[in-house]
Design a protein around this ligand. Structure first.
Ligand code: SIN
Length: 330
């Protein structure tokens, strides 16, 4: 049965697009399209998105059906949030760095060297402050279902970067985050915001000299092939807001909604437990495929931390000193 408060145009589009992508959904089922920008088979977001679809499609057969569109095949970075509000897609998992036009609070996840590792980030997201942030955009119509971890981030470039000063004068692709832009500026580099699907081409053609990402993105999108090396800076977290719209969620019957939310929560817990292993195996995959990784000494790492300190001060008012303190203490 199709819910009345899902727009007919969105449903028509969902059904027509789904048939073009080998749909498993039966006619008449409520179809939720899940769009994301990552690819490959070993990427944490690919694994989480597919696990969600597998469980929903099996356990909620006849009530709800999820179709997954990876690698920006349905929507890329620039359009997906708008598409969610228009009802053209129902589930997303964008990087927390891509919400600057809706909330400044998520800047807390972007502050360089905020989290020592992913475990610290998970502790913060499980805190009251972290859970509250899931609701930071309820006024817009976005509903946070959970955080999907992706990994810590590392800088790659067309030269080795032992110290932040090595980045002076280089152009770095960044996500659409003011914190990321300020971070590159603090290194003396030039930040170039760009959609994820354009990064490989931009590195290959020299439009940018470097970028920052997780092992899984650097491996599955082959960035290491068009970069001299990756420096193991671990300077920032990459995590996703696993999200839907209030329009979609409110349109489900209470029973269907409760079952969907239960599965969503269980998939999130499992996915986050497996991320570290995925990241390490993709680090190994980079080395096996001929990529180079620079490991920093403790002294070199301290220089990176020092160089980024002014970025925290710059965003303290936007993010809130209390929230920053809570995240830093996680
Ligand atoms: C993603 O992992 O979803 C994309 C991250 C990026 O834009 O660098």
């Amino acid at each position: 049965m199709i819910k009345k408060n899902i727009r007919p145009t969105a449903i028509a589009l969902a059904l027509s697009v789904s048939s073009a992508f080998a749909s498993e959904c039966d006619p008449g089922e409520v179809v939720a399209k899940l769009s994301h920008v990552t690819g490959g088979t070993t990427h944490p977001k690919v694994v989480a998105a597919n696990a969600l679809a597998d469980r929903v499609n099996k356990e909620m057969n006849g009530k709800l059906c999820i179709e997954v569109f990876p690698s920006s095949t349905l929507f890329g970075d620039s359009k997906e949030l708008e598409a969610l509000l228009l009802g053209d897609v129902q589930i997303l998992a964008p990087s927390l760095s891509k919400f600057g036009s809706y909330t400044r609070k998520y800047g807390v996840f972007d502050l360089p060297f905020m989290f020592k590792d992913m475990d610290a980030a998970i502790r913060f997201t499980n805190s009251d402050a972290g859970k509250d942030l899931l609701n930071a955009m309820n006024n817009v119509g976005f509903v946070g279902l959970g955080y999907w971890m992706s990994g810590m981030k590392y800088f790659s470039a067309n030269k080795a970067l032992a110290l932040p000063t090595d980045a002076k004068g280089l152009k770095f692709r960044v996500q659409s985050s003011d914190v990321a832009k300020a971070m590159i500026a603090a290194m003396g580099g030039s930040p170039q915001p760009m959609a994820f699907k354009e990064v490989y081409g931009a590195l290959q053609t020299g439009v940018v000299d470097g970028q920052e990402n997780t092992w899984s993105n650097i491996y599955t999108k082959k960035f290491f092939e068009v970069q001299d090396s990756v420096t193991e800076t671990s300077h920032q977290l990459l995590a996703y807001l696993f999200m839907t719209s209030s329009e979609f969620l409110d349109g489900l019957t209470p029973e269907v909604r409760a079952q969907f939310l239960k599965i969503a929560n269980e998939v999130t817990q499992t996915a986050n437990q497996n991320v570290k292993a995925k990241e390490l195996s993709n680090r190994a995959n980079i080395l096996k495929s001929g990529g180079k990784i620079n490991v920093l000494t403790a002294e070199q790492r301290a220089k990176w931390v020092e160089a980024m300190k002014p970025v925290w001060k710059k965003f303290e008012n936007d993010i809130g000193a209390e929230l920053i303190k809570t995240a830093a203490g996680a």
